[in-house]
Structure formats: structure tokens, C-alpha cells
Design a protein around this ligand. Structure first.
Ligand SMILES: Nc1nc2c(ncn2[C@@H]2O[C@H](COP(=O)(O)OP(=O)(O)OP(=O)(O)O)[C@@H](O)[C@H]2O)c(=O)[nH]1
Ligand SMILES: [Mg+2]
Length: 225
């Protein structure tokens, strides 16, 4: 029998990624471009939420670009481009998360001026994207009421490592057995800092509270050294 050798490479790859994430973060910070890593389950409403925030930013003449991460297809990128948004597609062809190297390759394509916002929509799942810093300044986790109220208990790291939780599709609350107090309790147990926004990208209920919070975070970023 040939001898089996185990090669531990995961840690080194992550360390390398961290260095590149730091480089990406510095390039964006120097230009005062606010990078927002939008994570969440498949179909939870990541693109819909990004579009709602963009509407508010446009009212304030704040330039926006979006990097869309998907295993395959450019459906979301095309949707954004039709709305006049500068958007770029990354296809990972099986990889369950974006990484900093992928983001770095897009940076020189961005036509962004200073004091703008770069949304990065990560691959739709509550597991892998959480592990990887991609150079972002802010993380937003999008979940939806149709996912079920047990998600903070089953996917705690996603809820732990975010700056805000959005509970989308709240317009469907009367059709779903969703235990709000169980959900809230699950989040508070692991992340007592991140605000929770209940909203609907369809009816627009709750959107203003969330976009007000986002503008506050962006303003703090712009005023930081
Ligand atoms: N009822 C309802 N449907 C919504 C809401 N937000 C989004 N949707 C619908 O949910 C579906 C998925 O929305 P997306 O914004 O594409 O979700 P996503 O997370 O970007 O999806 P992937 O990129 O495929 O992972 C679409 O059919 C949306 O129209 C909402 O607040 N209420
Ligand atoms: Mg999407």
C-alpha cells in the first residue's frame, strides 16, 4: 500500500487571502470607496436589497458599482445594468464563495470616483462566504422570512460575523409559520450589536429604516481617517 500523506494547506490559503483582502481594503479605503459584502441564502433577496439601497444613494448622487458573484450566469448583472448600474459578473463555476483575489481582478475596471459605494453580492449560501474577508468595510446578511426562524441556530457564524441582519419578504408573514421571538432570541445570543431590519423589497415596508442606517454607516466611513 502506498503511504498516505496529508497536506494541510487550508490555513496557508486563508492567510494568503487575508493579505490580499488587506490590500484590496487599502486600495478602496484610500479612494474612499465603501465596500459592502452582501451575504445571504440563495434567493433571500440580496439583489433586491442592493437595488433598494442604490435607489436611496442615487437620490443623493452617490456613485455605485456592483460586483455580482454567482456560480454561473449573469442574470443579476444584466438586471442591474438594465437599471443603469455599473455591474460586473464573477462566476465561480462551483466555488461556494468569492475571495479577495477575484475582487482584486475587478478593481482596475471600476470607473468609480471617490466617495462611492461598491456592493459585492456574494454566492448565495449561509456557510462559505462568511469565512472569507474580501476587503470589505461592511457586511450585510440578507435572510428571508421564508427561510424559517431557526436559521440563527443552524448557521450561527453567518449571524455572528455581520454588521446587520435583514429579514426580507416580510410581506409574506401571514402565510408563513415564522416564530419572531425565537428568531430574535437566536440572533441576540450570538450577536447583540448588529441591528435587525424587518422589511419587504416588494411592498417597501421597512426599507427607509434600513437605508437610513446604511447612509449613517457610509457617512461615518467617509468621515474616518
Ligand atoms: N414576496 C417577496 N418576494 C421578494 C422580496 N424580495 C425579493 N423577492 C423575490 O425573491 C426572488 C429572489 O430575489 P433576489 O433579489 O433575486 O434574491 P437573491 O438573494 O439575489 O438571489 P440569488 O442571487 O439567486 O441568490 C425574486 O423572485 C424576487 O422578486 C420581498 O420582499 N417579498
Ligand atoms: Mg442575486
Amino acid at each position: 500500500m502506498p503511504e498516505t500523506k496529508t497536506i494541510e494547506i487550508k490555513e496557508d490559503i486563508i492567510v494568503d487571502q487575508k493579505d490580499i483582502a488587506g490590500k484590496v481594503n487599502k486600495i478602496l479605503s484610500d479612494k474612499k470607496i465603501y465596500a459592502v459584502n452582501v451575504m445571504g441564502g440563495a434567493g433571500s433577496g440580496k439583489t433586491s436589497t442592493i437595488i433598494e439601497i442604490i435607489k436611496t444613494l442615487r437620490e443623493r448622487n452617490i456613485h455605485v458599482a456592483v460586483i455580482e458573484g454567482d456560480l454561473e450566469s449573469d442574470i443579476d448583472t444584466k438586471t442591474l445594468q438594465k437599471l443603469g448600474v455599473e455591474a460586473y459578473q464573477i462566476n465561480t463555476f462551483g466555488n461556494c464563495h468569492l475571495n479577495a483575489v477575484m475582487i482584486e481582478t475587478i478593481l482596475n475596471k471600476l470607473s468609480m470616483t471617490e466617495k462611492s459605494v461598491l456592493f459585492i453580492e456574494n454566492i448565495g449560501n449561509l456557510v462559505c462566504p462568511v469565512e472569507f474577508d474580501i476587503g470589505e468595510h461592511l457586511r450585510i446578511l440578507i435572510t428571508s422570512i421564508t427561510d424559517g426562524s431557526d436559521k440563527p441556530y443552524k448557521y450561527p457564524y453567518a449571524y455572528q460575523k455581520t454588521n446587520a441582519v435583514i429579514l426580507n419578504k416580510y410581506d409574506l408573514k401571514d402565510h408563513i409559520d415564522f416564530d419572531s421571538s425565537f428568531y430574535d432570541k437566536g440572533i441576540k445570543a450570538i450577536n447583540c450589536v448588529a441591528p435587525l431590519f424587518r422589511l419587504s423589497c416588494r411592498t417597501k415596508d421597512g426599507i427607509k429604516e434600513m437605508t437610513d442606517w446604511f447612509i449613517d454607516k457610509f457617512t461615518i466611513f467617509l468621515n474616518s481617517k
